[in-house]
Design a protein. Structure first.
Length: 385
């Protein structure tokens, strides 16, 4: 794994970057961009971050890599979305997710960016890219079509139905091709139950049960620009993937199956290509193997247990923390930021990471994290990434 820390001092932007760059193979990168607030307005911070992003994508170590997906973490989506979208549209030709999850470093915006080399984007692929017999689709549903629908349950059904139609047009399905989802609920304590029930019903219709499989996922608080939008959905799917390339992760000594406490997602998924293994870890908290919250009220112990659980999931894939490419940390209480930041900076000094305000799906969970890991392997029976 390669690591870079790029500082653009003229605009107060820092970019943390990891890259897997095997010779003669696809190079893939993860980046987190942060801007120093210094009391600046959103438009000023956005302008600085945009300049830093533009400079970053020109760095020689990217070797022609193109952005394939990005997420903007916003502090006030209602007042920031239009400006952020205009800026990102001018900078990147890839799907961009916008979610109100305030960065806890005091800034108004941060960016998570994924880049890859050898990306082919035919005109007919508006949100996908081809390479080596695979088509990768990042789908972003900002829910503008939902209108005045009030229920998170109904909105989740509408989102998943729209995603099904989109996949069907591409010759894909949720069960066979979708590998990762993010459900953002505007008010997690009030709206999450509707998300859970609608997702469960949709999955049953699509043949996704405890006896088949679910989908790796994060369900977390996150807002849209329109206050009427109670649920957002981001998703990642691959066309051309074989079921033998996909393995779901459980870490049953550490955590119970999710269906035992009424939710329907996988703890993580490992995807094997001919030249590498890509591991997508779902939102993970301080939980035990009976589904109970561990260390209620103790942020430091919850962080430790959360990391134990993530390590156990990675271990099932032959990976460990040295294979991490990025981390997102969600906090319920902003007062815990400094302690959590110190822990992650000490344990993962070079891994790109963002820590944002986003309450977790149970009030007793103070912290949650998700991450991506990649490891070089040889699987001659599969095509390279």
């Amino acid at each position: 794994m390669n690591y870079w820390l790029q500082k653009y001092s003229d605009v107060g932007v820092v970019a943390e970057v990891t890259g897997l760059t095997p010779q003669g193979k696809v190079h893939e990168f993860q980046a987190m961009l942060h801007v120093t607030p210094n009391g600046r307005s959103f438009s000023q911070q956005l302008q600085n971050l945009s300049k830093g992003l533009s400079d970053l994508t020109k760095e020689t170590f990217f070797d022609g890599a193109k952005p394939v997906f990005a997420r903007c973490f916003l502090s006030d989506a209602s007042n920031q979305y239009d400006l952020a979208k205009q800026a990102m549209d001018n900078l990147m030709n890839c799907p961009v997710s916008y979610v109100q999850q305030p960065p806890l470093d005091g800034s108004k915006i941060a960016i998570w960016l994924q880049l890859e080399t050898n990306v082919l984007c035919p005109d007919e692929l508006t949100d996908g890219y081809e390479r080596n017999g695979y088509v990768h689709y990042y789908s972003v549903f900002n829910s503008s079509f939902l209108g005045k629908t009030e229920s998170s349950y109904t909105q989740t059904h509408l989102l998943l139905n729209a995603y099904e139609r989109k996949l069907d047009l591409a010759g894909c399905s949720i069960g066979d091709n979708c590998l990762r989802t993010w459900f953002f609920a505007r008010d997690i304590d009030c709206d999450y139950r509707g998300v859970v029930e609608a997702r469960k019903e949709n999955f049953q219709i699509n043949g996704l049960t405890k006896d088949t499989h679910y989908i790796a996922s994060t369900g977390i608080q996150g807002g849209a620009a329109d206050y009427r939008t109670k649920v957002l959905l981001d998703a990642y799917a691959i066309k051309g993937i074989e079921k033998e390339q996909i393995r779901y992760l459980y870490a049953l000594e550490n955590m119970s199956p999710t269906y035992e406490y009424g939710v329907t997602f996988e703890r993580g998924v490992s995807i094997d290509f001919g030249d590498r293994r890509r591991v997508l870890i779902s939102g993970t908290a301080s939980i035990d193997n009976s589904g109970k919250i561990l260390h209620e009220g103790d942020i430091e112990k919850q962080v430790s247990r959360m990391l134990e659980n993530v390590h156990a999931l990675l271990d099932e894939t032959g990976c460990d923390f040295s294979n991490l490419m990025q981390i997102i940390v969600y906090l319920r209480d902003v007062a815990d930021y400094q302690n959590v930041k110190k822990r992650f900076d000490e344990q993962f000094p070079h891994v790109p990471k963002s820590i944002v305000y986003a309450p977790i799906c149970r009030p007793g969970w103070l912290v949650e994290m998700e991450c991506i890991a990649v490891k070089e392997i040889q699987n001659p029976q599969f095509r390279d990434l």
